[in-house]
Design a protein around this ligand. Structure first.
Ligand code: PAF
Length: 289
């Protein structure tokens, strides 16, 4: 596996691949890789001839109060995992490569009801999606990617990236992959390793509570009461819920009252210092009568 830290090295590799007519798959990551990331690499392998994985803890998507310094880092372990997963090139840019000193341009995914960046994580983490959109746009261009693979665990992020690609007419296909879960159902996340042993035990309840709320909605329980019961169940299980929301899958708008069809149920809940995210699809049935 080739390792590149500078743009020139990356461009030399991608230029040669493109000249040979090879399709390039990209898996953008922030490192601390787990099996969910490796599933993204495997999907990129299916979708492309060569696979690039990037590892970059993107300062632009962290607020000053957030855990940038405490974000888990394990470069040697990550590289070994990528190599074993059959990745062709690992790209590990420094912040100066990604953000040339004095740069001023960013990608703003917008605000207001038309933007999937509005609400939920957009509210909880102001500026977060601006950082995500900016770094993803740069990575797509730097890697000259034909396809980029993202996990559905960060559902809102996936929709923001899809919308950016559509609005900016970027020549890259965005492929989402269902969330990879631990044996007990907890969605895999690099942040899970910061849970204490007790918190890790408690966290296992989250997917079940989400499924229960989703099943109530799919059985026709009205949205308001189903979400209120879900919130109460989260609190009873020791979580501090940030939001539990039923939304339109692509726009992230709150699900319209009385509507039927494919929705997404999102949750963000805290255990101690760690914020856990999860989401599932829900098919909302037509209202009776
Ligand atoms: O999901 C992540 O790990 C990050 O938000 C991403 C997509 C790599 C951008 O920094």
């Amino acid at each position: 596996m080739r390792i590149e830290r500078e743009l020139a090295g990356l461009r030399a590799a991608t230029g040669a691949w493109r000249a040979a007519g090879q399709r390039i798959g990209l898996v953008p990551t922030m490192g601390a890789l787990h099996d969910g990331h490796l599933a993204l690499v495997a999907e990129a392998r299916r979708q492309a001839d060569v696979v690039i994985a990037s590892i970059f803890v993107n300062p632009l998507q962290f607020a000053p109060t957030e855990d940038l310094d405490r974000y888990p880092r394990d470069e040697a372990g990550d590289l070994a995992k990528l190599q074993a997963a059959g990745c062709d090139l690992a790209f590990l840019p420094t912040p100066a490569v990604m953000y040339p000193p004095g740069d001023v341009c960013v990608i703003d995914p917008g605000a207001g009801p038309g933007s999937p960046a509005e609400g939920w994580e957009g509210t909880a983490r102001p500026g977060h999606f601006r950082g995500v959109a900016t770094v993803c746009c740069k990575l797509f261009m730097m890697a000259q990617a034909d396809v980029a693979v993202f996990g559905e665990k960060d559902w809102q992020q996936l929709q923001v990236v899809r919308r950016m690609v559509a609005d900016l007419l970027l020549p890259v296909t965005i492929q989402g992959l269902p969330t990879v879960r631990e044996a007990d159902g907890l969605a895999m996340s690099s942040r899970n390793r910061r849970l204490s042993e007790g918190e890790r035990g408690q966290a296992a309840a989250l997917p079940g509570l989400l499924q229960r709320c989703g099943a109530a909605l799919a059985a026709g329980q009205p949205v308001g009461p189903a979400l209120a019961e879900g919130q109460a169940a989260l609190q009873a299980a020791g979580f501090v819920p940030d939001y539990l929301a039923l939304v339109e899958p692509a726009t992230l708008r709150p699900w319209p009252a009385g509507a039927a069809g494919a929705a997404r149920l999102l949750v963000a809940a805290r255990l101690g210092e760690i914020r856990l995210l999860d989401n599932i699809p829900v098919l909302v049935p037509p209202a009776p009568g």
